[in-house]
Write a protein that binds this ligand. Structure first.
Ligand SMILES: [Fe+2]
Ligand SMILES: [Fe+2]
Length: 284
């Protein structure tokens, strides 16, 4: 098992409060809770690969790295906003959110192990591009370092699940099935997880009585904070990686066209979500 970086290699003394960008801080707080919740995903994947000890060992190492991402981001967020209490916000998030398919999961909801690994590749594409975008967008030196370390991990995770997918002995699903699985996983990014994490991370416990959770509103607020950090190359790279996971050549016309379309969607969302962010700032 490879040696992984630790929180001690982060140069915390370089922290510069004047360079913290409020919108990025809000997105980082939400991401810290989602990352730290990776143990649930490990349990689920342990079920999917229950007779494959080697893969389970790889998944456990992967899960430990994701939890560490949450730790690093949570610690940075507590420095950037001393009113943020990572442990308390995480406890609230955990209490209120369990992915529906984790309840009594017995096997893959994607229908096959390869399907599950395609879905994991899609998630790692998203996080790899997301943390690269965060690294590029942040002027705060410690966040830049953390985002760079995490982005490299996420890219490695993508390779890990990609390689595992090609090691499976079961038959590769047909192209349209692979595309359906990837598209379904992309659309699941809009479920409760990020929206509720954003709510728990950005609404202090003492204000939850007066500020109620609304999935659509908090998802839009998350988008308003996160989408603005993306630049076109981040989105095109993510699309090429997803395309590769389902067997498309990264240079193919369909991948290039999808990259452009994805970029337009993200630009539109960042613009459309802007007003909600403004309203929430006034409410908080
Ligand atoms: Fe992660
Ligand atoms: Fe990852």
């Amino acid at each position: 098992m490879r040696n992984h970086w630790t929180l001690d290699i982060i140069d915390w003394s370089k922290f510069d409060a004047a360079k913290v960008e409020p919108a990025l801080l809000r997105a980082v707080k939400a991401a810290s809770l989602v990352e730290y919740n990776a143990k649930d995903y490990v349990e689920y994947l342990r079920q999917v690969f229950r007779d494959d000890a080697e893969t389970i060992a790889v998944i456990e190492q992967w899960g430990a790295e994701e939890v560490q991402h949450g730790d690093a981001l949570g610690r940075w967020a507590e420095m950037a906003d001393p009113t943020f209490k990572f442990a308390e916000a995480f406890a609230r998030f955990r209490k209120g959110y369990t992915p529906p398919h984790f309840v009594n999961a017995d096997g893959s909801i994607r229908g096959s192990r390869i399907g599950e690994l395609i879905a994991r590749c899609v998630v790692e594409c998203g996080t790899s591009s997301g943390y690269t975008a965060l690294r590029d967008a942040s002027d705060e030196p410690v966040l830049k370092q953390i985002a760079g370390l995490i982005a490299a991990d996420e890219f490695r995770h993508y390779r890990l699940f990609y390689d595992l997918m090609h090691q499976q002995t079961e038959q590769l699903p047909a192209f349209w099935e692979r595309l359906r699985i990837a598209a379904t996983r992309v659309s699941e990014a809009e479920d409760d997880e990020l929206a509720y994490a954003f709510y728990c991370a950005n609404v202090p416990a003492e204000r939850t009585g007066e500020i109620k959770y609304d999935r659509k509103a908090y998802f839009n607020m998350y988008q308003a904070c996160a989408m603005k950090m993306y630049r076109r190359p981040h989105v095109e790279r993510m699309t090429a990686m997803i395309g590769r996971a389902i067997g498309l050549h990264p240079e193919s016309r369909v991948v290039k066209w999808s990259g452009r379309a994805f970029w337009e969607v993200i630009r539109w969302r960042a613009w459309a979500a802007g007003d909600d962010q403004h309203d929430e700032r006034r409410a908080a």
